[in-house]
Design a binder for this molecule. Structure first.
Ligand code: DAH
Length: 345
């Protein structure tokens, strides 16, 4: 039996070394060490040996088993490495080459301006806030001093949401101004907040009107806030967008939630003699604003004798159009890659 075991060792090691692929090696392994393999058969015969020989032969059998297992392990690693190298060589892969370029996205022009303004206003202590796009009639209109019979409501071409007769009426917000109401309620005073976001109007679309566009609201409420503070905020904003100081003027304007209300114009940022944007007058209407109407403060639970504030409303879509020379607002929400890919830088 000892001779047979020694022969098994020699043949076994030779067979392992000769196995030229992983499948052959698997075969060799089961032939030697498997349940009906050669070594297993020998071990079964151990019991028939005389008692004094058993430990010696048993020990030898175990050594041979270990030697074979080790040889199998080493050979398996060699064959696996060889297969990997062959695979890589076969398909001509050079793992040090860079991968194919991933298409990079860009920032939408409206988002680009919104982010810049968020940075700018955050640095001046403003909070960036938002409200829902489906808004209550009360927040979108009533709390902003626009009662049901007010003609200003008609100017808004509201998209109403279907509700039950006993439910509060909801609409798609027609402006970002309802965030004024929410911020006052949720954040309290003193308050400095901007609110960029999407707004909706039921409008016939043309180059300057779309049913979906972007605005940014600004609101400051504290003790002793007045027109100079408003002017400073609005001018900082324009500087942020156009990258230079613009000469501005205030004209009276009417909005139910501010008193007095203004329109801020600036000398055309693009020319000094009349161009497509300013149409020769050289003044461009840039944004409305005003001092918060006492009724809005009262609706938010504040005493207008104690608190005052200013608000402004920026047409973010319009600003993006001005800054990038975009001539049709409908590009903005088009999702058209020919348009968007121009803003990749
Ligand atoms: N919400 C107004 C609109 O969409 C714009 C506006 C005007 C906002 C005056 C203001 C403001 O905050 O003070 O037409």
């Amino acid at each position: 039996m000892r001779d047979r075991l020694e022969a098994l060792r020699g043949d076994g090691l030779a067979a392992v070394a000769a196995a030229e692929d992983l499948d052959k090696l698997q075969e060799v392994e089961s032939r030697l060490l498997g349940r009906s393999g050669a070594l297993t058969a020998e071990l079964k015969g151990l019991g028939k040996l005389p008692a004094e020989e058993r430990p010696v032969v048993g020990k030898l059998a175990n050594q041979i088993k270990q030697a074979l297992q080790e040889a199998l392990h080493v050979r398996r690693q060699e064959l696996e490495a060889a297969r990997l190298a062959a695979d890589l060589a076969g398909v001509g892969v050079d793992p040090t080459l860079p991968g194919p370029p991933l298409p990079a996205g860009g920032v939408h022009p409206v988002l680009a301006i919104a982010r810049e303004l968020e940075d700018l206003f955050s640095s001046m202590g403003y909070v960036v806030w938002d409200g829902p796009e489906v808004e209550t009639e009360a927040n979108n209109f009533d709390a902003l001093n626009i009662p049901a019979d007010h003609p200003a409501r008609e100017g808004h071409d509201t998209i109403w949401v279907q509700t039950e007769a006993d439910e509060a009426r909801h609409c798609l917000r027609t402006h970002t101004s309802p965030v004024q109401v929410r911020a006052l309620r949720e954040l309290g005073t003193p308050l400095r907040v901007i609110a960029p976001g999407r707004v909706f109007r039921q409008e016939a679309q043309d180059a300057t009107h779309d049913h979906t566009f972007h605005q940014m609201e600004g609101l400051v409420v504290d003790r002793g806030v007045g027109v100079p503070h408003m002017l400073h905020a609005m001018q900082s904003l324009l500087e942020g967008i156009f990258g230079k100081k613009l000469e501005t003027r205030l004209r009276p304007g009417f909005f139910p939630f501010v008193e007095p209300g203004f329109e801020l114009d600036a000398l055309c940022p693009f020319c000094d003699s009349g161009c497509r944007v300013c149409k020769g007058s050289c003044w461009v209407e840039l944004m409305p604003g005003g001092l918060v109407h006492p009724n809005v403060l009262v609706a938010a639970g504040l005493d207008p004798e104690e608190y005052s504030g200013f608000a402004f409303g920026l047409g973010l879509s319009r600003m993006a159009m001005l800054r990038y020379g975009i001539d049709d607002i409908r590009w903005m929400m088009s999702g058209d890659l020919r348009f968007l890919e121009q803003f990749k830088a």
